[in-house]
Design a protein. Structure first.
Length: 282
């Protein structure tokens, strides 16, 4: 099942996407994730609606996993500007503010007064569908509701500028596309075979599969939930593969007008334009 969010008649609604149509729900996708029944009503052509971020009601910051593809960890060696570390033995976690989230075709905010190093990071996002703490790895996938496509657009200079903490360089408003719909876990055929790609202006820059992840979806959940309750509706990013702009020679950063396409096989595609936006730079 693919669950999307749209606004019809001024009211935000969830919907079930089936081919080229969407069957509207009486509730939001957030409610379905938290246990509301799926009861469909009016059916509209998908071409007549604009898809929004599937989720709008967040329990907390978006939970994120860093360095979860070893090729990405290795490509960034010597380029972390004084923040070099040994290869981690456990997943690396950080968070980003929920106000970063935008829809699958919304503009990515770009304010060069805040940062000169806007980088792309194609990722698979997980959504928790069942509360749990200290979840065993063998039961971790029982707590997953589904998956989405995300792009963890990051400001590398801000990421390095605040004592080694990544929150600021990951949390500028309106910079993280999410969507295009939430695919339930029972509709994903091969968890280890999802292909993660990112294109900028038609050039393929990232291309990997979830089989290359350093820590699996289940391992991420088990480690993150150890002593810490995960709640239905929590969003967890699972890391980006190699090919990011900061690690390239020469470096490649996003600029006003760039078109960023992020796709994951079986989960869909995001298409966003980097757009000059006043975020309050001073």
């Amino acid at each position: 099942m693919r669950l999307a969010s749209v606004t019809v008649g001024g009211v935000r609604r969830g919907g079930v996407v089936d081919g080229e149509s969407i069957a509207l729900l009486s509730c939001m996708v957030d409610d379905v994730v938290r246990g509301a029944p799926v009861e469909t009503a009016e059916v509209l052509p998908l071409s007549e609606v604009r898809l929004e971020s599937p989720l709008h009601r967040f329990n907390r910051d978006v939970l994120c996993t860093g360095w979860n593809y070893w090729d990405h960890f290795e490509e960034s060696k010597g380029k972390r500007e004084g923040q070099e570390v040994e290869r981690p033995l456990r997943p690396t976690f950080f968070t980003k503010g929920p106000d970063t989230v935008i829809g699958p075709s919304d503009d990515i905010a770009y304010d060069p007064g805040l940062s000169q190093k806007w980088d792309y990071e194609a990722e698979i996002a997980m959504v928790i569908g069942r509360d749990g703490r200290s979840i065993p790895e063998e039961k971790a996938l029982d707590h997953v509701f589904g998956f989405l496509v995300a792009n963890d657009v990051s400001q590398r200079d801000l990421q390095r500028a605040h004592g080694g903490q990544w929150l600021k360089g990951k949390s500028l408003d309106a910079t993280m596309p999410l969507g295009p719909w939430l695919t339930t876990i029972d509709s994903v055929d091969d968890l280890a075979g999802m292909r993660v790609q990112c294109e900028v202006n038609g050039v393929l820059l990232q291309d990997a599969t979830s089989a290359q992840m350093a820590f699996s979806f289940a391992q991420i959940i088990a480690e993150l939930s150890h002593g810490m309750t995960l709640r239905a509706g929590d969003v967890i990013l699972t890391g980006t593969p190699s090919g990011v702009g900061n690690a390239r020679e020469p470096q490649l950063f996003l600029r006003d007008g760039d078109v960023v396409v992020t796709r994951v096989s079986g989960l869909g595609e995001l298409r966003n334009t980097v757009t000059l936006t006043d975020l309050g730079a001073r």
